[in-house]
Design a protein around this ligand. Sequence first.
Ligand code: GLN
Length: 284
Amino acid sequence: MSVDARRAIDDAAYVLRAADVPNAKREVTLLLAHVLGEDTGFLYREPERLLTAQQKEKFDNLVERRSAREPLSHLTGHREFWSLDFLVTADVLDPRADSETLIEAALLRCKDVLQPRRILDLGTGSGCLLLSLLSELPEASGVGIDKSEAAIAIARENAHRLEMDERAEFALGNWGRERDEKFDLVISNPPYIPNGDIAGLQPEVRDYEPHLALVGGSDGLDCYREILFDIRSLLRPGGLLIFEVGVGQAPEVGRMMQSAGISRIEYHRDLASIERCVSGLLAR
Ligand code: GLN
């Protein structure tokens, strides 16, 4: 029996709701759009389009995986960030809308720095932060570092797809320790979840996202300590540092930055009004 798009969406939304998946209707619409190779507007244009048996089988399979709480981006292989399309796999952190705060903060504070030409992104994952920033700063180029070889491969692929491979280099490394260059701008969204909080995360994150990209030590702040320890060899005097932080971590990270010689600290809120990023300039 053939099923039309509207019916398929309603049935699948019911399945996802039963599995406690938030925004069930939106999610199934995105999944069906992915299967049909359409944008989500097709549902308004052609709600009565019949699915082929093959499309229905593929869709049912994705809905089943989503109801087991596999993240949407792993099922479609894509995530939009800063209005750009990023490839995403289980090897990289799924780019979060919250992290767009870092891009806004960087653009806002770039006026404090003379022409930020060279950018370093520590723990680059999919490369979403570096590439989004480069899309806004056509004169700039940068380096994204990650500990995961698989992540570096995804970031390179993203740079290629976004036609920024000339300006974005991606390399394996330990927070850029092995780089012999001082950058104008250093950005990082490091793993910041305290070890003890991992078990309580939502299943999409806990069961499917790379723990290397999440776990930040007993208080969640280990990576900030490690990066700040090296900051003078990574950032030029007068250069800008921007960290993304977890909920409630901003004041402590701001203090740690100050102790490491970073001044003119500013805090940047995300759309939920949470202090999501901390920025400052390295004293000259
Ligand atoms: N920089 C990437 C992002 O913000 C990955 C961050 C990470 O793996 N912790 O999405």
